[in-house]
Design a protein around this ligand. Structure first.
Ligand code: PRX
Length: 633
C-alpha cells in the first residue's frame, strides 16, 4: 500500500489541512513514492494569478517507468490488463506487467523507426484495443505528446485536431467495433488527411478486417513493424513540465481546445487521487467503462491504475451489446471489484437490477464509481434501498479534462456521504464559491460559481498553442482563481452539489457542446435568421439541448425543425441532436443587441418565475410571447 493512502476521517482531515498549510512538504512526501531520474529542486512555483504554475521543477522522470518498470520486481507477473473484445465469443487478451512493458517498448521502437522524437505530436484515432493504451505509453516513453481523438469523430473534427496540434504521425485502425457496426477508422482518416499536410506517416492497426486503401510511402501496417521490434527501450528523461499529452474538449467558440497536461504533476496527482478514491487491495480488479478518448480514460483507465500497479479490464465494445446484460456479464466474468463509469451505469442497475443479480454473480463488486453527470436522485435512492450499500458503495466523483483527475469525491468509507452530492474536495483541492462580482459566498446552504483558489499538481498548464485563451477562459473571470465554469451548491456539512454550467457550455451525457458552436451551424440554414441554444435539465442525459429559432419564409415549420435536428446530428454527432426546437418571432436582447441566453435558459428549464431583471431588455414583450408558447405547447 502506498504511504499516501488516506485511511480514515482523521487522516483525511490531517491530509486536507497539511495540503493547505504545508503544501510543499505534503506534496514532496507524496512524490517520494515515485521513481525519479533526478530529484526536483522546487516542489511548486508560479501562481494562479500569473497563470504560470509549475510543479516539481528541476526533476527528471519518465511516467512509463512509474507505470511499468518499477512494478516489474514486485509484480512483474501480475495481470496489468485484460482486454474483453466486443464479440462475447472473441479472444480475450491478457498482459502481465512484464508483457505490457515489452509491448510498450516495442511500440516505442516502432514509433522511433518512423521518425517520432521527443516533443512530436502523435494523433491516436483507434478503437478500444490494447494497442491504443500501448501507443499512448509508447509516446510517453519516447517523450512524444499523444493526442487521442475519439473513434467515431467526423473526418472534419479529426482534421481540426490533427492540424491544431501539428501532428506528424497518425496511429489508427482499419475499423473499430461499435455494437454490431464497424466505424471505418481508416476511411475517416484518409478523408481527414486530405487537409493535414503535417502528417507524414500513418500506422494502421488491423482489427476490424475491413478493406482499406494504403497510401504508398505514407501508410504502414502496425504488425509489419511492431512484431520484429526489441522488447527493451531506454525511457527518455523528461523535464517535470514537459508536455505529456493534449486532449481536445469543446470550447465556447467553435474551435476545440487542446488541453495540455505535463509529466510530473499529472503523474503525482493522478496516482494520488486514484489510490485514495478507489482504495483498492492488491488482488482487486478494476474496470473503467468509459472510452480512453475522454480524460476519464486517460487518467483512470490508463495512468492512475497502472501507476498504482492495479489490474484493469478494458472493454472494446458498446455497453449494451449484444444485450443489456453485457455490463454484468463482464463484471461477473472477471470478478470485477471496482467499476467506474457514467451514471448511466447506476441507472442500468436500477433498470434491470433484480434480473441481473439473479443471472450474474455481482458479489465481487465493492465500489460503483460515477463521473460526468449528476446521479439522478431516483437512481441513487433506488440503489441505496436495493443494493447492499455496505458491500458495494456508490462513489460520485466530479472533475474535468482541465483538472487532470478527480477533485470532489463522495467517499463513504472515509467521510459522510449524502445522495446526489458529488462530495468533498480531495486534499490539495481548495474550492471557493464566488458571486458574479467575485465576492466569496460564505456560510452554509449557499450557491456560487465554483472556483479553486490554490494550484494543484494535476491542473492543465495551457491550451496547446493558445496560452492567452487558457488565461482568458479559466483565470480572467476571477483573478487569482481557477474558474471551473460550473455553478455549485454547498451544504452545512461542506458537501458540494452541482447546479449546472455557469457559462455557455452544455454537457449532454458527458459531451460538452459550446452553444455558440451549435448556433453557428444552425444559422447556416437559409431559413434561419438567428438562433439561440441553451441547456435544460434532462433526467437521462444530465442536460438536453433547447433551440430557439427566428425563421423567415418558411412554409412548413416541421420540415425546418427536422432539418435543424438532422444537421446538428450529421455535423457533430447523435448527442448534438436537439431535444426541442421552438420557432419564435424574435429573441430577447439587451439594448446593445446581445441575446439574453439567461432568460431563454430559465424558460427552457421551466422556471419562468426566475426570469430576473428585464429592465435592460430591448424587447421585453417577446419574453412573454415565448413563455406563453411554451406553456401552451
Ligand atoms: O459540468 C461538469 C461535468 O462535466 C464537466 C467536465 O467535463 P469533461 O471535461 O468532459 O470531464 C468529464 C469527466 C471527468 C464538469 O465541468 N461533471 C463532471 N463530473 C460530474 C459532472 N457533473 C455532475 N456530477 C459529476 N460527478
Amino acid at each position: 500500500m502506498n504511504s499516501y493512502r488516506i485511511k480514515n476521517r482523521d487522516d483525511y482531515d490531517r491530509h486536507y489541512r497539511r495540503g493547505r498549510e504545508d503544501a510543499k512538504n505534503f506534496w514532496a512526501e507524496i512524490a517520494e513514492n515515485f521513481e525519479w531520474m533526478e530529484r526536483w529542486e522546487k516542489t511548486q512555483s508560479g501562481s494562479l494569478t500569473n497563470v504560470d504554475v509549475k510543479w516539481f521543477e528541476g526533476a527528471k522522470l519518465n511516467i512509463t517507468v512509474n507505470c511499468l518498470d518499477r512494478h516489474l520486481k514486485t509484480r512483474g507477473e501480475k495481470t496489468a490488463l485484460i482486454h474483453e473484445p466486443s464479440d462475447p465469443n472473441g479472444a480475450v487478451a491478457r498482459y502481465t506487467y512484464r508483457e505490457l512493458h515489452h509491448s510498450v517498448c516495442k511500440a516505442a521502437h516502432m514509433l522511433q523507426a518512423i521518425g517520432v522524437q521527443k516533443g512530436d505530436r502523435v494523433c491516436l484515432s483507434m478503437g478500444m484495443v490494447p494497442e491504443l493504451l500501448i501507443t499512448m505509453l509508447a509516446c510517453a516513453r519516447i517523450g512524444a505528446i499523444h493526442s487521442v481523438a475519439l473513434a467515431g469523430l467526423e473526418s472534419k473534427s479529426l482534421a481540426d485536431r490533427i492540424s491544431d496540434a501539428g501532428c506528424t504521425v497518425l496511429v489508427t485502425g482499419d475499423g473499430a467495433f461499435q455494437g454490431d457496426k464497424i466505424i471505418p477508422l481508416k476511411d475517416i482518416a484518409d478523408e481527414a488527411l486530405k487537409n493535414c499536410p503535417s502528417v507524414k506517416k500513418v500506422i494502421v492497426h488491423r482489427r476490424g478486417n475491413c478493406h482499406v486503401s494504403m497510401e504508398e510511402g505514407r501508410d504502414l501496417w502496425w504488425h509489419e513493424i511492431f512484431d520484429g521490434m526489441p522488447q527493451e527501450f531506454d525511457p527518455r528523461g523528461m523535464e517535470a513540465e514537459d508536455p505529456l499529452f493534449i486532449l481536445y474538449t469543446s470550447g465556447s467558440t467553435g474551435r476545440p481546445k487542446g488541453i495540455l497536461h505535463t509529466c510530473a504533476g499529472y503523474m503525482v496527482w493522478t496516482a494520488y487521487t486514484f489510490d485514495n478514491i478507489f482504495q483498492m487491495q492488491r488482488d482487486d480488479i478494476y474496470w473503467c467503462a468509459i472510452d480512453i478518448g475522454w480524460i476519464t480514460g486517460h487518467s483512470y483507465m490508463v495512468y492512475g491504475p497502472l501507476l498504482n500497479g492495479a489490474s484493469l479490464v478494458m472493454y472494446e465494445g458498446a455497453l449494451e451489446y449484444p444485450d443489456r446484460g453485457r455490463l454484468w456479464e463482464v463484471v461477473d466474468k472477471y470478478r470485477v471489484t471496482h467499476l467506474y463509469g457514467a451514471p448511466a451505469i447506476v441507472r442500468a442497475v436500477m433498470a434491470h437490477g433484480a434480473e441481473a443479480t439473479k443471472k450474474y454473480d455481482l458479489r465481487t463488486l465493492k465500489v460503483m464509481g460515477s463521473v460526468r453527470n449528476p446521479i439522478a436522485q431516483k437512481a441513487w435512492l433506488w440503489y441505496c434501498e436495493n443494493v447492499d450499500k455496505e458491500k458495494c458503495r456508490i462513489l460520485d466523483t466530479w472533475w474535468q479534462t482541465e483538472t487532470g483527475a478527480a477533485m470532489l469525491v463522495s467517499f463513504t468509507s472515509i467521510t459522510e456521504q449524502q445522495h446526489t452530492f458529488e462530495g468533498r474536495p480531495l486534499p490539495g483541492v481548495y474550492p471557493v464559491l464566488l458571486d458574479e462580482r467575485g465576492k466569496t459566498v460564505t456560510g452554509n446552504n449557499v450557491s456560487g460559481n465554483f472556483c479553486i483558489e490554490r494550484a494543484w499538481p494535476g491542473m492543465a498548464r495551457s491550451i496547446y498553442g493558445d496560452h492567452r485563451r487558457f488565461e482568458q477562459t479559466y483565470f480572467k473571470p476571477y483573478p487569482g482563481h481557477y474558474f471551473t465554469g460550473d455553478n455549485y451548491y454547498r451544504n452545512e456539512l461542506g458537501l458540494f452539489k452541482i447546479k449546472g454550467r455557469a457559462d455557455d457550455i452544455i454537457n449532454v451525457a458527458g459531451n460538452r457542446l459550446g452553444t455558440i458552436e451549435l448556433e453557428n451551424i444552425i444559422n447556416q440554414s437559409e431559413w434561419v435568421v438567428e438562433s439561440a441554444v441553451v441547456g435544460f435539465p434532462h433526467e437521462d442525459k444530465g442536460q438536453g439541448i433547447y433551440v430557439y429559432i427566428v425563421a423567415k419564409g418558411v412554409e412548413e415549420e416541421e420540415k425546418l425543425v427536422d432539418q435543424i435536428k438532422a444537421t446538428l446530428e450529421e455535423q457533430i454527432g447523435i448527442f448534438a441532436r436537439p431535444d426541442k426546437v421552438q420557432l419564435v418571432s424574435a429573441l430577447p436582447k439587451t439594448r446593445s443587441g446581445k441575446i439574453t441566453h439567461r432568460i431563454l435558459r430559465a424558460i427552457a428549464e421551466g422556471n419562468p418565475g426566475s426570469l430576473g431583471d428585464m429592465s435592460a431588455l430591448l424587447n421585453p414583450n417577446v419574453v412573454e410571447e415565448i413563455r406563453k408558447a411554451v406553456i401552451s405547447s
